[in-house]
Design a protein around this ligand. Structure first.
Ligand code: ZN
Length: 207
């Protein structure tokens, strides 16, 4: 009985908390031209509901267990990305509670020492590789209420933002890999583009 009441309560509170159902998008796989395009700025007066889109992007990202997702990865070539680096917070205390939406972001500066970190990407499942990036960034962007922010990030926080920012510039992390590594993953990439890959979230392949 306790179980039933508890379950009922949970179902009910879940329902109340989420009056609008989020939409889970399929994630666009490597090979789709949308991932290579420089994304367009979002017009403040456009009819696009960026708040709903942001919620849907977070849900899509959580389903796929990612820490960042850019609009081109759900097939929309617009300058928007979301990050929730909570899952990485073991590695960096500063990432705690870092859940953010970046609209029309513009990278202003990347400075500091380059350091290597093994990256992966929801659009390129099963492939990981060391990418060298500068340690510190300054980025300007709008939030969901169109307030403008200019902020500086370092370390892993900067890294996650750099990876997502690259997506809105039509760039993928594999482009940074060493030539030898690129050769090694070549067949795997061809497979992903054709949909020959094992993945536990929904994806959209070009075929
Ligand atoms: Zn990515």
């Amino acid at each position: 009985m306790y179980f039933c009441t508890n379950l009922l309560f949970r179902l009910l509170s879940n329902h109340l908390r989420k009056p609008i159902q989020e939409m889970i998008y399929p994630i666009v796989a490597y090979g789709d031209p949308v991932l290579k395009k420089v994304a367009q700025p979002i017009d403040k007066n456009s009819s696009l509901d960026i708040k709903k889109l942001a919620e849907d992007m977070f849900e899509t990202m959580y389903q796929a267990k990612g820490v960042g997702l850019a609009a081109p990865q759900i097939g929309m070539s617009i300058r928007m990305f979301v990050i929730d680096a909570e899952a990485l917070d073991d590695e960096d205390e500063k990432l705690k509670g870092m859940k953010k939406v970046f609209i029309n972001a513009q990278m202003l500066e990347e400075t500091g020492e380059e350091w290597a970190f093994e990256e992966g990407c929801l659009s390129i499942p099963g492939i990981r590789g060391d990418v060298e990036r500068k340690d510190k960034i300054t980025i300007r962007y709008n939030d969901l209420d169109w307030n403008e922010h200019t902020e500086t990030y370092e370390g892993l926080a900067a890294r996650v933002i750099q990876h997502e920012y690259d997506h809105i510039e039509g760039k993928l992390f594999i482009e940074y890999l060493a030539p030898v590594k690129k050769q090694v993953i070549k067949n795997k990439l061809t497979g992903i583009a054709k949909g020959i890959v094992k993945v536990d979230y929904r994806m959209k392949f070009v075929k």
